[in-house]
Design a binder for this molecule. Structure first.
Ligand code: AMP
Length: 650
């Protein structure tokens, strides 16, 4: 077993450790200290609080710093003021017997002038929260040009708290030649992105105690606008080319719709819900188990008890109506000691539900950044390269063709061939994601919430139709008037959103209007008008009904009146593929040799300003049907079986 002595720490530091009463290194210290002490490498360490990680980076740091110099050599960034203070105090303890050591903490909520004064005296180590650090940098009160070590402590938490931009700003002002040590309890994509962007071939260190069961699930949520929900799903799939996932929807209709759209967009997906016969369900499950299917879209009920191993992602296309279903859903991944990711696609109103979930499950939920088109292209490119690298060549079968192949390619250099080979696939993604919008909704900004205060004597009503139905403010008023026989002028204000609208009417006519519209349809879709009631506040309350916890919201569950997020239950989530009742958004059909995006251009954006910003079409390529034994939409270039060399429909 290692001791602090054998780890290579210098004498003054060892003396400090003894005084602190540390007898043996913790597992993370054992692993990380020797690597960090080399002072020559970037490190990514997966470590929770309480594992001794502060000493893990603090001890090597005070061993490496040249305290004879007063220049700032190390910057430690941490998410909170408390952590900053804790780290500072620990580092001071570690450097107790080291002459000339000066550690300064800078964080928000305290006098910046005092902190600047402390910095002026010459601090070799600065411990900072990102926001305050940016402030100090912008005032030119710190010289980071001499930085040799940057520590990102609780990196996931910093990103979770929205410090991404600040981190970018800070890291870009530090010298290129430095070591970056990143510590994080979880490793969401955002942390990986930071490590990719700012670190050079980092050594990865994880402490060995594999957590059991649900602790192996990483909980992530993406906040987007309602209209972009499906586009986000596709991005998740595209960003994880080897995804083997379970997508949960709340209703059978929505489940089928999402599966249909995925299939249509070229993904290797299918639906599982109660409207299928037992034989159909068995068939779907067989394909999923056999990994012929890469994404299974399912209802909570149908997916109960699915015991498929190695599911990499559980995606909550919508959060479940009943809270405990979240745990059931997520538990489909990370089985048998494996790890898995549970991703919830939510809109800004659902943020409270995430907080409720965090409280109830005692798990931390990280807000993820929806991958950009650029990141997806990059990911796909390297995945493709990896597949080329790993492809097993059937020497015997290909042998006789090779002379002709070589002949055909003889004018091309090796580099040219590589470039062209990967471009065959890469270009599709580039085309598709070129100019792709940022789908992240500003969580703090309230997304689609309506902030205009309702005037006195008026009531605001929710209407289940919107721009997607081809409606404008005026035509919505006319539609309501014609459908109810009431005067158009009773509507004093209207706000037409993408898939729903709000109107204001006098309180005394609201009930009559709600009743008069009942049973009316527009383009085969029922028009519903409901009082927003408590939903306006958007504060879901957890209630216990018949032993089942539900998200509150001042009304019944989906399908009834009220309920925070049931606006479009009948239409299944803010988009309507081709089958939708004449809305302005239609899926492409039959353009360019098939209905998949693989044909490149020709995607149709939703018309109307509020339409989806993601093109229709979607992910992977499909193998020609027939290869999977005549199954519907079989194959998909993403499946393990679907080798790169197989015939594809482009
Ligand atoms: P941390 O994860 O850095 O917050 O550390 C958790 C707690 O463990 C702190 O109170 C440290 O002082 C303590 N600690 C760190 N390393 C050791 C060690 N090797 N032996 C005993 N206690 C330690």
């Amino acid at each position: 077993m290692n001791t602090f002595e054998t780890l290579g720490l210098p004498k003054p530091v060892l003396a400090a450790i003894t005084e602190l009463g540390f007898e043996t290194p913790t597992p993370i210290q054992e692993k990380v200290i020797p690597v960090l002490l080399t002072g020559t490498t970037d490190v990514v360490a997966l470590a929770q609080t309480g594992t001794g990680k502060t000493a893990g980076f603090g001890l090597p740091l005070v061993s490496l710093i040249d305290f004879a110099s007063k220049s700032t050599q190390a910057l430690i960034l941490a998410p909170t003021r408390e952590l900053c203070m804790q780290i500072t105090s620990d580092i001071k303890n570690f450097s107790k017997h080291t002459r000339g050591a000066n550690v300064v903490a800078v964080y928000g909520g305290a006098s910046i002038m005092n902190q600047i004064y402390d910095l002026k005296k010459g601090a070799q180590i600065v411990v900072a929260t990102p926001g305050r650090m940016v402030d100090i940098i912008s005032r030119n009160k710190v010289d980071l040009s001499t930085i040799k070590y940057v520590v990102l402590d609780e990196a996931d938490e910093m990103l979770n708290m929205g410090f991404q931009e600040d981190l970018d700003a800070i890291l870009s002002t530090t010298p290129k030649e430095k070591n970056t040590w990143l510590f994080s309890a979880t490793m969401p994509d955002e942390v990986l992105r930071i490590s990719r962007k700012y670190m050079h071939e980092p050594v990865e260190i994880t402490v060995g105690n594999k957590n059991q069961g649900n602790d192996n699930i990483e909980h992530v949520f993406y906040v987007t606008h309602e209209r972009d929900r499906y586009a986000v799903l596709k991005r998740v799939a595209d960003f994880h080319p080897d995804i083997f996932g379970l997508v949960f929807c709340r209703t059978k209709i929505e489940t089928q719709k999402v599966a249909d759209m995925l299939i249509k967009d070229g993904y290797n997906a299918d639906a599982l819900h109660g409207d299928l016969s037992q034989a159909q369900r068995d068939h779907v499950m067989k394909r999923f188990r056999g990994r012929t299917l890469q994404m299974l879209v399912a209802t909570d009920v149908a997916a109960r008890g699915i015991d498929v191993n190695d599911i990499t992602h559980v995606i909550h296309y919508q959060l479940p109506d009943e809270i405990e279903n979240y745990t059931h859903r997520s538990g489909r991944t990370a089985r048998a000691g494996k790890t898995g990711i549970s991703i919830a696609i939510i809109n800004t109103r659902d943020l409270n539900k995430i907080r409720t979930l965090e409280r109830l499950t005692k798990k931390r939920f990280t807000q993820g950044t929806i991958p950009s088109g650029y990141e997806i292209c990059e990911k796909q490119l390297f995945w493709l390269v990896q597949r080329v690298h790993d492809t097993q060549v059937n020497e015997k079968s290909i042998e006789s063709y090779l002379p002709k192949v070589y002949e055909q390619l003889k004018e091309l250099t090796r580099e040219e061939i590589i470039k062209r080979l990967v471009s065959i696939e890469f270009n599709r993604f580039l085309d598709y994601y070129k100019n792709a919008a940022d789908l992240n909704a500003n969580a703090a900004g309230g997304g689609e919430r309506e902030h205009r205060p309702t005037r006195e004597g008026m009531v605001r009503l929710f209407v289940s139709v919107g721009q997607m139905d081809g409606l404008t403010r005026d035509s919505l008023k006319t539609l309501i008037a014609e459908s109810t026989g009431m005067d158009e002028n009773i509507i004093t204000w209207a706000d037409v959103k993408n898939s729903f609208s709000f109107i204001e009417v006098k309180t005394e006519v609201s009930e009559a209007l709600i009743n008069a519209i009942k049973g009316k349809e527009f383009r085969n879709r029922p028009i519903r008008i409901e009082s927003r009631g408590n939903r306006e506040e958007g504060i879901p309350r957890q209630r216990d009904r018949g032993g089942r916890k539900e998200w509150g919201g001042g009304g019944e569950r989906r399908g009834g009146s009220g309920g925070g997020y049931k606006g479009r239950s009948s239409s299944g989530g803010g988009y309507r593929g081709g089958s939708g009742g004449g809305g302005s958004f239609r899926e492409r059909s039959g353009s360019g040799g098939g209905e998949r995006r693989s044909s490149g251009g020709g995607f149709r954006e939703r018309s109307g300003s509020g339409g989806s910003r993601e093109k229709s079409g979607g992910g992977g390529f499909r193998e020609r049907s027939g290869s999977g034994g005549g199954e519907r939409s079989s194959g998909g270039g993403f499946s393990k079986k679907g080798g790169f060399g197989k015939k594809k429909d482009f």
